[in-house]
Each structure stands twice: as structure tokens, then as C-alpha cells.
Design a protein around this ligand. Structure first.
Ligand SMILES: [Zn+2]
Ligand SMILES: [Zn+2]
Length: 323
């Protein structure tokens, strides 16, 4: 499995961004992304310019839209067809998500805890989701300075609660990119076998083959007692598991400031509790007995002056009861 940096949340002059569509794709290429999604507010009118621009820059694209409503913002990727966002009431969101899924799309909740009323009406998530298992992803990290923000801590807590309830919802990071600036952003990496296409990116998000990093990339892989390898997002039987953690410091090196990011330690987190801690070396192997639930890896360190921050984390491996 190969890991690709992708930006899944962007805006252009087709909604409230400063970018032309070409300018967005050029900026994504210049910053080292392998793929970019176009997610303007309530419109897909930029798509006509998107595909020629992707072709020119040699990037993979994902067609999307950001549902922008009074009750929250929802990212829709890869929908073939159209589910009308207008007039959807808070109690009707499950039906809308089912319709998007029928059309081959996936949904993610954007910046669930951004400032809302009275500053930005609709930014905060207020839709009443009855079935959280239907939500494909949650933007746990959003916009600049994500690891240090209170909104991120709240989104992280929501994500862990959902995992504890058995919802296999994928964490992502979203730049919510409107214009070029020099702020510090986190990144989403998708794990793909074979070619990077819209379909393989959507499948990686569905399957939880996603890592988040605000500096170096951290990836995790498991090997069971039979020698079978398991990727994050996969489901493995409870029992002895060898965990391999790898830090790659060379991903998107121009998009974060190395002097402001210092590595401290690696952690394995099982069902919300720290199971093991080890130094942040490039390669680490740990042996453990995996209990039913979920198992994630964290890279902890100093981020722009604040210690003990999440610099990177993986989506979980899921552990099922034996037998
Ligand atoms: Zn938004
Ligand atoms: Zn947005």
C-alpha cells in the first residue's frame, strides 16, 4: 500500500474562494499533493475547468461539493447524480445520506465544531444523524493550526466516542482551502494499492486507509500470528499482533516548518486508552495482545510552541472477538 497526500476540502471563485479552478490545481501541485478534491459551496460548476487543469498538472481529482446549510456543512465526494441540499431539515439528513450513497458518493462532516451562531451561521454541525454508521468520514482536523485548536479536541473526542459505539467512521483533515497563505496546515494521506484515481481515493476513505499528519507522516501496519499483514481500517481477530510503526519525515516537506515541529514519542491507543509508549524513531515494532475494539497510533510532540500535541495519527485497526 502506498500513501498519497490528498487535499479533500477546497473552494474556488465558483463559491467563496479566491482561487480560479486552475489556480487551485496548480497550488495543489506546487505544494506536493497527489490529488485534490473540488468542494465548492453548493455548486459543482467548477468541474468543467477542473478536469483540463488536472490533466495539465498531472494530478488526480475528486469531484465534490460542500453542502452549506443552516444546520451544518457536509462534504459530498464522488456523487454521480444529484441529491438536493435545499430544504433538508435536521431530522432528514439520514435520508439525504442514503440518497448520496445510492449515487455512489460518500459524505463527511466538515469542521463539526467550528464557530457558529452568531459568527458564522451553519458552520457548527446541528443535523440530527440517527445512524452515524452511515457517515463515511469526519473532518477531525480542520483549517490551519489544527492540532492545537479546541475545535480539534472536541472533534477528536466525538470521533473516539463514535468509534467506541462501533461506528467505523474515518478521520480526515481538511484545509478548507480558499486562498494561498503561509499558515500551518495538517494533511490527509490515503493508502492505495495500484493507481490513484477518484474511485481508489473514495474506497480508501470508506475503508479507513487514511492517516493524518501535521508534520511527518505516521503509518501503522499489523501482522497476526499467521503472518498475515493488516492495514489500518481492516478488521483483525483479537490476539497476538505485531505492530509496525513507520515515520516518514519527507512527505510534503515544504508545507510545514521543521523547526516548529519536534517529535517526542509514539503511542498505541486502544479503545481510548494508551496501551504502549515508545521513542519516536523511524521504525518501531511492538508486540501486543490485541483486545476487541479499535487500535490507533499517535505521534506526539511539540507543534508551534506547544508540547504534547498530536503531530500525526492513524485511523484504527479494528479488532473483533475471537471465534
Ligand atoms: Zn464549511
Ligand atoms: Zn469549506
Amino acid at each position: 500500500m502506498k500513501w498519497y497526500p490528498v487535499e479533500l476540502h477546497t473552494h474556488t471563485e465558483h463559491s467563496d474562494g479566491d482561487f480560479t479552478v486552475s489556480g487551485l490545481v496548480e497550488a495543489a501541485h506546487a505544494r506536493g499533493f497527489a490529488a485534490v478534491a473540488l468542494t465548492d459551496h453548493n455548486t459543482a460548476s467548477g468541474l468543467r475547468e477542473f478536469y483540463p487543469a488536472l490533466e495539465r498538472e498531472g494530478l488526480t481529482g475528486v469531484a465534490g461539493i460542500e453542502w452549506t446549510t443552516y444546520f451544518g456543512h457536509m462534504l459530498v465526494l464522488g456523487e454521480q447524480g444529484y441529491t438536493d441540499w435545499r430544504g433538508v431539515q435536521p431530522s432528514e439528513i439520514d435520508r439525504a445520506i442514503a440518497s448520496i450513497h445510492q449515487n455512489g458518493g460518500i459524505v463527511g462532516i466538515a469542521h463539526p465544531f467550528a464557530l457558529s451562531n452568531p459568527v458564522n451561521t451553519g458552520y457548527h454541525w446541528e443535523f440530527q444523524v440517527a445512524d452515524w454508521t452511515a457517515v463515511d468520514y469526519l473532518e477531525v482536523w480542520s483549517r490551519d493550526d489544527a492540532p492545537r485548536k479546541i475545535q480539534s479536541l472536541r472533534a477528536f473526542a466525538l470521533w473516539e466516542q463514535l468509534l467506541d459505539r462501533g461506528c467505523r467512521i474515518t478521520a480526515t483533515s481538511g484545509r478548507d482551502w480558499h486562498r494561498e497563505d503561509t499558515f500551518a496546515y495538517a494533511h490527509t494521506y490515503v493508502g492505495v494499492d495500484g493507481a490513484l484515481t477518484q474511485d481508489t481515493i473514495l474506497n480508501a476513505i470508506r475503508a479507513g486507509h487514511v492517516c493524518l499528519a501535521a508534520g511527518p507522516l505516521l503509518t501503522m501496519r499489523g501482522t497476526d500470528a499467521q503472518g498475515v499483514n493488516w492495514e489500518i481500517g481492516d478488521e483483525v481477530e483479537a490476539g497476538p499482533l505485531e505492530i509496525e510503526l513507520t515515520i516518514d519525515p519527507d512527505t510534503l516537506p515544504n508545507d510545514w516548518d521543521r523547526s516548529q515541529v519536534q517529535l517526542q514519542e509514539l503511542r498505541l491507543v486502544q479503545n481510548g486508552r494508551i496501551l504502549a509508549v515508545c521513542p519516536a524513531q523511524t521504525h518501531q515494532h511492538l508486540h501486543l495482545s490485541a483486545a476487541p475494539g479499535w487500535l490507533r497510533a499517535d505521534l506526539i510532540g511539540t507543534y508551534y510552541g506547544r508540547t504534547g500535541q498530536h503531530l500525526a495519527f492513524t485511523n484504527p485497526l479494528f479488532i473483533r472477538q475471537r471465534g
